[in-house]
Design a protein around this ligand. Structure first.
Ligand code: ATP
Length: 368
């Protein structure tokens, strides 16, 4: 049982109808969500959608205009930021440049007047956890960006917070290091059992690290689910389009029931799909399908859906290629196929007339 499917599980964080206004501007709009212990929860969304505002309310730097936030069942409103079992790691890391890495990690523990030996044990544990033992005596500017990121993490976890908030923690790292560090972050999260809430606008990062992702827009959570559910069964064209590549075709339902038929262009066969929500006849429908779910072939395929078109563009990506296929009405559909290295680089070329096919469960039918 994942905690969010377990009716007995107690959330560590609960947003209950939280609204945050800055003057007339609504930054967070009547938002309700539960986050469970040991989750690695990602807030994903475009710039300005309210991700940082949610974090700042958890940390205590902002207070909700309406609604309540509970931490382990208790309203956090009366608890000052330094008394919350919450720590926030900023993108800038905010390390003290004149202090050694050892002293940076020890800083918060000493401020709490922890006995000397306890400080030493805890700092050493954090250095081991982040594989920074060898660098303990160096200053922050004497280590690499990735190592600085690990020091910041060690310092944030030193006081064993229940909840660690990470605001674009890997934003300063280049792509390769960023990917390696994502795995380290997951490993450390698992070892410490701390609940992590991460803000990112990198969808791949969210997909990699998160137990669940909340996709946000304009101060609202549009969908919250596991990475695979977000990818496979988005609840809206907004989410489908935000995560990964997708083809979206608009049309009208001509028949509904166990199967839905959708008319979408003159002279084209109707698209047949298996709806997961209810539709009415005549209702406008958006059909969303990932490029890798669309097959491409020279002969007409046996699938429930098959359309013919001409290859406009090909993006060669090594193991796969993405084909942009133009249908007679002008609609462009992206299809992906594996490349067969032994034969030729790819099986199709520009201007080829091809068939595209997909089964009746390969895409999702969306009402919005
Ligand atoms: P980004 O990815 O760019 O960091 P975000 O999703 O974290 O964006 P927030 O920083 O939460 O977005 O801001 C949400 C909205 O609230 C933005 O439109 C922002 O301009 C506004 N906002 C945030 N803080 C304040 C403030 N103190 N006063 C007025 N408006 C604010």
């Amino acid at each position: 049982f994942a905690p969010w499917e377990d009716p007995e599980a107690k959330p560590i964080i609960q947003f209950k109808n939280v609204t945050k206004r800055f003057g007339d501007f609504v930054a967070i709009d009547d938002l309700t969500v539960d986050i469970y212990e040991k989750e690695f929860f990602a807030l994903l969304g475009p710039s300005g959608c309210g991700k940082t505002t949610m974090m700042r309310m958890l940390a205590g730097f902002e207070t909700p205009t309406e609604g309540t936030i509970l931490l382990s069942g208790k309203d956090i409103a009366p608890v000052p930021p330094n008394k919350r079992a919450v720590n926030m790691m900023f993108q800038s890391y905010a390390l003290f440049p004149h202090l050694s890495i050892w002293d940076n990690i020890a800083f918060g523990l000493r401020r709490d007047n922890l006995p000397k030996n306890d400080v030493k044990d805890r700092v050493e544990e954090m250095l081991r956890l982040t594989r920074m033992e060898k660098f303990a005596r160096r200053k922050p500017h004497q280590v690499s960006g990735g190592q600085r990121q690990r020091v910041a993490l060690a310092r944030s976890l030193a006081k064993a917070p229940k909840l660690l908030l990470l605001d674009e923690p890997l934003g300063a790292l280049d792509k390769k290091l960023r990917q390696d560090t994502q795995f380290e972050l997951m490993d450390i999260q698992e070892k410490t059992g701390t609940t992590f809430v991460i803000v990112t606008h990198d969808q791949e990062e969210a997909m990699t690290v998160a137990s669940r992702i909340a996709v946000m827009d304009n101060g609202k959570i549009i969908q919250v689910s596991t990475p695979d559910a977000i990818y496979e069964t988005p609840n809206s064209t907004y989410v489908a389009d935000f995560i990964g590549e997708v083809n979206i075709i608009e049309g009208k339902a001509t028949s509904v029931g166990e199967k839905l038929s959708m008319a979408w262009a003159e002279g084209q066969p109707e698209i047949v799909g298996t709806p997961t929500t209810e539709f009415e006849k005549g209702q406008s429908v958006h059909f969303a399908i990932r490029p890798e779910k669309v097959s491409i072939s020279a002969e007409k395929p046996e699938t429930a859906n098959a359309v013919q078109g001409k290859i406009l563009d090909i993006a060669y990506l090594g193991n796969i290629s993405t084909y942009h296929v133009e249908l007679p009405g002008g609609q462009i559909i992206k299809a992906q196929a594996a490349n067969n290295r032994r034969l030729s680089r790819r099986s199709f070329t520009w201007e080829d007339n091809v068939w595209l096919g997909w089964t009746d469960t390969a895409g999702v039918l969306l009402g919005r």
